[in-house]
Design a protein around this ligand. Structure first.
Ligand SMILES: NC(=O)c1ccc[n+]([C@@H]2O[C@H](COP(=O)([O-])OP(=O)(O)OC[C@H]3O[C@@H](n4cnc5c(N)ncnc54)[C@H](OP(=O)(O)O)[C@@H]3O)[C@@H](O)[C@H]2O)c1
Length: 421
């Protein structure tokens, strides 16, 4: 935050201006504190130097600050001074990724559109989006294949994090500048989101915001896959496929954290290293001999939980690796094929095939229990116990390229929308 010097005025005036600027209203974020303080001091002193400082606050990426002040009726004076001093950066437009239809090629149906600075109602917050991932479910939503579809037109993006930029009246406890988890389904592929302030969940400010942006869906999914189906104890084995996916890697880390051991199946050799480096105990490439590979790698351990993100014949191969009376959970459909399990596995080996959908768990679980899980996972991410690789980041204006990249296979991690300031 460049408020260490003024650009105009006598040295004594500069010092006084800075003292005024830094002793004014409290706020949680340096730039907001500076911006608000500068404005207050400027109103008292009329100093041009303070306007230059305010300019720098805005140039530091906080266009919203100027926009907010404009609505409070002082922005026009700042704007006039901006022209006089030609120091204000012209604010980037607010952008969001919108779609009005669904179709088989996801990047074809979505586009970045500008929108007006929204006026906040009581209880609302304007949040500057910091990062928002593109998950397989988002791609399926664009193609119309997901389990729940929003009415059209819709804004893409289910989850993400942002910083509170402005609050309406009666906005409760949340503070301007705070890093917050956006509410699920808010249309997070946007430069800014307007939402009910009460739905924002404050996040630890010491965590990596890009990592935290991926925390609302995949980490709880991994945690619940490990806890909801089979009572596991330290040393127990679990087997999963698509192990290099974000869910797969969170599952590896959580299993290790809880003392379980993992057999991790990937579909290509060059995806094995990341799983091994993340802490996977055994990493194997899928194939017809999967069950034999597993017997050899685990010394014929009894595996009571199988976790399937792929479907098709891959489900049957996982079933072949499980012990009698084990549970196989289908939670993803990456192959797009129906789960193919031999009836013999279900009949003679007493396997149970279950499904898991986080949306259902959220629906049936009381808010306080959900909060416990999310808070625990946020802490683990902030402490870097949980981490997911990032393949690429894109601005909202690049939404078509971003979605195309996310929809393609053989990535090295998640694709994130990171709005440029
Ligand atoms: N049920 C739920 O509540 C829930 C919640 C969250 C996620 N999910 C599901 O969990 C799965 C993983 O999500 P994610 O965000 O972790 O994924 P991700 O990080 O985007 O990774 C995608 C994974 O799918 C694999 N893959 C892609 N196309 C495939 C194909 N045709 N056949 C087999 N594997 C393929 C990829 O392997 P390569 O690297 O080799 O391409 C990679 O391992 C998705 O199906 C998602 O919808 C479900």
């Amino acid at each position: 935050m460049p408020i260490t010097q003024t650009k105009q005025g006598s040295p004594s005036r500069q010092v006084r201006d800075l003292q005024l600027a830094t002793s004014a209203t409290p706020a949680t974020r340096a730039s907001d504190r500076a911006g608000t303080a500068l404005l207050a001091a400027w109103k008292r002193s009329g100093s041009v130097a303070l306007v230059i400082l305010a300019t720098e606050a805005v140039e530091d990426g906080h266009d919203y600050w100027l926009a907010a002040r404009a609505r409070q009726g002082v922005g026009s004076r700042l704007m006039r001074l901006r022209h006089r001093h030609a120091r204000f950066r012209v604010g980037r437009p607010m952008l969001r990724a919108q779609y009005e239809r669904r179709g088989p090629v996801p990047q074809d149906v979505i586009e970045a559109v500008e929108f007006e600075t929204p006026r906040l109602d009581a209880g609302q917050a304007l949040v500057e989006v910091v990062a928002a991932p593109i998950n397989p479910a988002d791609v399926l939503t664009l193609t119309g294949e997901y389990g729940v579809l929003p009415p059209l037109p819709a804004i893409g993006g289910r989850e993400g994090v942002g910083r509170v930029a402005e609050l309406g009246s009666d906005a409760g406890e949340v503070a301007v500048g705070q890093l917050v988890l956006l509410p699920l389904g808010c249309g997070s592929w946007s430069s800014h989101v307007v939402t009910e302030a009460a739905q924002l969940r404050p996040l630890p400010d010491d965590g990596d915001p890009l990592q935290l942006s991926m925390m609302a869906i995949n980490p709880p999914t991994a945690a619940l896959l490990l806890s909801e189906f089979v009572a596991l104890g330290p040393g127990d084995w679990v087997i999963q496929n698509a192990a290099n996916s974000a869910v797969g890697l969170y599952l590896v880390q959580l299993a290790r954290y809880r003392g379980y051991r993992t057999v991790n199946v990937v579909r290509r050799q060059d995806a094995a290293a990341v799983v091994r480096d993340t802490g996977g105990d055994v990493v194997l490439v899928d194939g017809e001999d999967l069950a034999e590979q597993v017997v050899e790698a685990t010394s014929a351990a009894a595996i009571r939980l199988g976790i399937d993100a792929v479907g098709g014949s891959a489900t049957g191969r996982l079933a072949g690796c499980l012990c009698e009376s084990a549970t196989l959970v289908s939670y993803g459909r990456m192959s797009g094929e129906p789960c193919a399990v031999q009836p013999n596995a279900l009949i003679f080996r007493d396997l149970t095939l279950r499904g898991f959908w986080l949306v259902n768990w959220f629906r049936r679980t009381p808010e306080d229990q959900r909060r416990v899980l999310v808070d625990e996972l946020a802490g683990l991410i902030a402490r870097e116990v949980l981490h997911a690789p990032i393949h690429a980041t894109y601005d909202v204006s690049e939404i078509k390229e971003a979605v195309a990249s996310a929809a393609s296979g053989e990535r090295s991690g998640k694709v994130l929308i990171v709005p440029q300031r």
